[in-house]
Design a protein around this ligand. Structure first.
Ligand code: MRU
Length: 348
């Protein structure tokens, strides 16, 4: 497999569009889209053309900048507020989307009274800063995560927490990518991650591109793999972490963590501080996105594989109880229990 360097999110060269790599076309095709209007931006998040908690936060920040370039003087703050609310309403679970959008909004409001071109320019700088901060955080997370593994280890991954979902190293995949760069041998079992197959389509593609030995499995094979001693650690990203360490991530993460506990396999959740939400006391306070049941019923199949009209429940995320998490890996270091105390100390 050839090494393919991709840029998941960027501004178009003249700054008039947000350019994304359309993740729904991977791994078959590398297609970039230039998005200029808010409807297309909303659709891109909803349809998971751009996805992953940190990535949708970065994307929203660039969207706010691109949209703000088109506002007139009189309508500037009214339209800014309307578009920020609209972008935030795309997906509820990953806190990064609301957090980075609100950061952009607050910056603009803090400059009220200044000339609009000055505000727009500052928004452009802020979006770039959000992106650069994520690059640096992911790099640090990769280092700390790698320090928990040993040469020759095989890990289990769930969903996609690589560069496509963040920037550069990713979170959950960061240790694997860094190890590959350094010639340290690590392997991965990759959960395909039903129903949207982020593991099969995206994680397998990213790991193969980076030269990391990986083996794709169906989600329901992880218990056998762990029971047979094939897996030394579970590495997962996060969409929102509550103050007590409960971690919302792609549906199926909590199942993998429960199995891991049974077999004594450590579970590491890797995330930047931009994904920690201390205003949510526990995972029960995290809103869980419910998606269209057609993702279960018919998507990916040439012919629907379930009876037409069968009821489906399609939650996109679940919450891994903090008691199942061996350690939380952040850009500030490896956090151990008690998480309510230690997260507050580092990030409060
Ligand atoms: O629905 P998705 O594909 O956006 O879900 C993404 C995940 O659950 C990732 O694991 C999470 O955002 C962490 S990405 C660094």
């Amino acid at each position: 497999m050839t090494k393919e360097k991709v840029q998941n999110i960027a501004l178009s060269p003249n700054g008039s569009a947000v350019r994304i790599l359309d993740q729904t076309r991977l791994p078959g095709e590398v297609v970039y889209l230039d998005l200029t209007d808010r409807g297309a931006m909303y659709e891109a998040v909803k349809a998971l053309r751009v996805r992953g908690a940190p990535a949708i936060g970065i994307f929203a920040a660039y969207c706010v900048y691109v949209l703000a370039r088109g506002y007139g003087e009189d309508e500037f703050f009214a339209r800014l507020d309307e578009d920020c609310d609209y972008l935030i309403s795309c997906r509820p679970t990953a806190v990064n989307l609301a957090r980075q959008t609100e950061r952009m909004r607050a910056l603009a409001h803090g400059m009220e009274g200044k000339p609009v071109p000055e505000i727009v320019e500052a928004l452009g700088r802020e979006a770039r800063a959000i992106h650069d901060e994520d690059i640096a955080m992911c790099r640090a997370i990769a280092e700390y995560g790698l320090s928990l593994l040993h040469e020759g280890d095989t890990v289990l991954t769930h969903c996609n927490a690589g560069p496509l979902a963040t920037s550069e190293y990713g979170t959950g995949l960061g240790p694997l990518l860094l190890a590959a760069e350094r010639g340290v041998k690590l392997s991965a079992y990759v959960d395909e991650t039903r129903p949207l197959l982020q593991g099969a389509r995206l994680t397998a593609w990213e790991l193969m591109n980076a030269g990391v030995d990986c083996t794709l499995i169906c989600d329901n094979m992880a218990a056998l793999a762990m029971g047979q001693g094939r897996i030394q650690a579970v590495l997962a990203g996060c969409d929102r972490m509550a103050a007590n360490g409960d971690a919302a991530n792609k549906i199926g993460t909590s199942g993998a963590a429960i199995i891991a506990k049974h077999y004594g396999v450590p579970v590491y959740i890797l995330l930047p501080s931009s994904t920690i939400d201390l205003s949510c006391p526990t995972g029960a306070d995290i809103p869980i996105e419910i998606r269209d049941g057609e993702e279960i019923r018919s998507l990916w199949y040439e012919r629907p594989m379930a009876p037409a009209g069968v009821k489906c429940w399609d939650p996109a995320f679940d919450v891994t109880d903090h008691e199942l998490i061996t350690a939380i890996v952040t850009e500030k270091g490896v956090v151990r229990p008690p998480y309510d105390v230690n997260l507050q100390k580092l990030f409060g």
